[in-house]
Write a protein that binds this ligand. Structure first.
Ligand code: PEP
Ligand code: MG
Length: 582
């Protein structure tokens, strides 16, 4: 049994079989082959060995002639391992006797060797483990024909363990069978975290490397409340976690009783609690949790995991499904926030050095007007179906906002010419997620109908900490007084200008921050559907005076750690069973 600590990003407990996606994303499930297919599978293994040996020999020759024989020796060692009859025999035995697929047999046999090498108290041998991993990758690549199997078409429940998942993979995860996610990389507001919350499956990110320790089919526990992952758990641990999972379910059932109660503070202030979605089907979760509307629809997921970008009808179908399902409740459709970590398959392969500071979001939209206009037309058309609002992400300057609004005005004219119905008074808003937008907030507030603070980005751009990098995850904190001050400036300005302001970053879904945010003057919060009941519970348990005092005290503190522990303490005083959150 082995316990890993990562970052808890989506709550709940999942116990099940691992599906491992290595660095190169090879899926290595425990598959069985039919008895009468064993000979064919052995031939497939043989072919993979032959091709792998040829490739290694070629590398060996090339490196030896370029750099000398001593460098080529690295590959000679690989060849020796590949030619080791015992290793090969072990794999063949697994196929012949246990009927494992060659992929699984290769992975299982080689990972056992890796473990042995790593456990030896000898640096030289421990490093040789990497050579074995290299051979495993090569064999798998040749067996799988470089094809990255899709995690979108599974046949039984799995917990996906990966080095990292691209947004496209996350977008196409098989919702029926993926019951939990763990990634070696990633931070608390990476896309994996956001999508796992949307799917309502337990997830842990940023564990550091562990994939060589586990094989597809091994039993794994994911504890999404405490950020723990347990590999090969013993029976006692499994029983304990089963009990925890049961408790989690009954806590959820208890919270469900809040669904039809209003989100208001104990002294009667009305709070608008909205849901965040990435995919139209999540609307169901929002409604069942009692969300008053959709505060953030991340439409970029429409572009991910597909061969070509959606056309106007594709956009319209998705938006009108959401809008109709929500009845008269508001739906804030955010125009695509592509770029940075969310690059669609069709994007150019140019590597940006700093993608989060590069051609992302509204900047990208303004450079790709036909794509942008297609989306805007569909959003406008959806506004005839229900209560739609449009929002532009990552606005850093007034000129950028004006340009986006100009494109929208242009598209309005198109639709008028086409005689299509749409809401002429469609409310237009922007996200406040760059410090420059906060510093210029009075100007912005005059030019939009509403604002929404995106703390996931605001934190990273304020503290210069990549939101998805596990190595700096400890520096990424919503509690940092610098972040709190920026939120306060934005909320005060919006209130002065009489413009509604929401907070739709992960921060508002974390009950640790609810009192603080109410105290800072926020009356709208948009959270993952699963968080709605808990946040509502906090709102209903506190008074605004209490919250203002909490905000004032937090703003006077000098570091994130003090703020976090103070906020947890305050929450525990109000609701003693809570405050066990990140
Ligand atoms: C944010 O940055 O807080 C936000 C809500 O947008 P996203 O997480 O999609 O970048
Ligand atoms: Mg953002």
């Amino acid at each position: 049994m082995q316990r890993l600590q990562g970052i808890a990003v989506s709550p709940g407990v999942a116990i099940g079989e691992a599906l491992v996606m290595g660095n190169e994303g090879f899926r290595i499930p425990r598959r069985f082959v039919a008895r009468d297919a064993v000979d064919d599978e052995l031939r497939r293994l043989d072919a993979a060995f032959t091709v792998s040996a040829q490739q290694i020999q070629r590398n060996c020759d090339a490196v030896s002639s370029e750099l000398g024989r001593e460098y080529g020796a690295i590959f000679e060692a690989h060849l020796q391992m590949l030619n080791d009859a015992r290793l090969r025999g072990e794999m063949e035995q697994l196929i012949r006797e246990r009927h494992y697929s060659p992929e699984y047999a290769v992975s299982r046999a080689l990972r056992r060797y890796v473990k042995v090498f790593q456990s030896l108290d000898n640096n030289y041998l421990a490093e040789r483990a990497n050579d074995i991993v290299d051979i495993e990758k090569r064999l798998l690549r040749n067996l799988l024909g470089r094809r990255r199997e899709e995690i979108s078409s599974l046949t039984s429940p799995v917990l996906v363990l990966a080095h990292n998942l691209t947004p496209s993979e996350v977008a196409t995860l098989d919702r029926e069978f993926v019951r939990g996610l763990v990634t070696e990389e990633g931070g608390s507001s990476s896309h994996t975290a956001i999508v796992a919350q949307g799917l309502e499956i337990p997830a842990v990110v940023g564990t550091g490397s562990f994939l060589t320790e586990v094989s597809g089919g091994d039993v794994v526990i994911i504890d999404g409340d405490h950020g723990q992952v347990i590999l090969q758990p013993d029976e006692e641990t499994i029983a304990r976690y089963r009990h925890d999972a049961e408790q989690h379910r009954s806590h959820e059932a208890h919270l469900a009783t809040l669904r039809d109660l209003p989100a208001e503070t104990a002294d009667g202030a009305k709070i608008e609690l909205l849901g965040n979605i990435e995919f139209p089907h999540e609307v169901r979760h929002c409604l069942s949790r009692g969300a008053a509307g959709i505060g953030l629809y991340r439409t970029e997921f429409l572009y991910l995991g597909v061969e070509s970008p959606p056309d106007e009808e594709g956009h319209f179908r998705a938006y009108s499904a959401v809008v109709q399902a929500m009845g008269n409740r508001p739906v804030v459709i955010r125009t695509f926030d592509l770029g940075a970590d969310k690059a669609p398959a069709q994007a150019s392969a140019d590597d940006e050095k700093n993608p989060f500071l590069g051609l992302r979001s509204t900047r990208l939209a303004l450079r790709n007007l036909p794509t942008f206009r297609t989306q805007l037309r569909a959003i406008l058309r959806a506004s005839a179906v229900g209560n739609v609002r449009i929002m532009f992400p990552l606005i850093a300057t007034i000129l950028e906002l004006r340009q986006a609004k100009m494109v929208l005005a242009d598209v309005v004219e198109d639709l008028e010419e086409r005689g299509e119905p749409f809401n002429r008074k469609l409310p237009v808003g922007m996200m406040v997620e760059v410090p420059s937008a906060v510093m210029m907030i009075d100007h912005f507030a005059e030019e939009v109908d509403f604002l929404s603070i995106g703390t996931n980005d605001l934190i990273q751009y304020t503290l210069a900490v990549d939101r998805s990098n596990k190595d700096v995850a400890d520096l990424y904190s919503a509690s940092d007084p610098a972040v709190l001050k920026l939120i306060k400036i934005a909320v005060d300005a919006a209130n002065r200008h009489g413009k509604p302001i929401n907070l739709c970053g992960q921060m508002s879904g974390n009950s640790t921050y609810t009192m603080l945010l109410l105290g800072l003057g926020l009356r709208q919060m948009s959270v993952a559907a699963a968080a709605v009941p808990e946040i509502k519970r906090v709102c209903r348990s506190v008074t605004l005076d209490q919250c203002r005092a909490v905000a004032e005290r937090s703003l006077a503190m000098e570091n994130a750690r003090d703020v976090t522990s103070y906020l947890k303490e305050e929450l525990r005083r109000v609701l003693p069973d809570m405050a066990d959150v990140a």
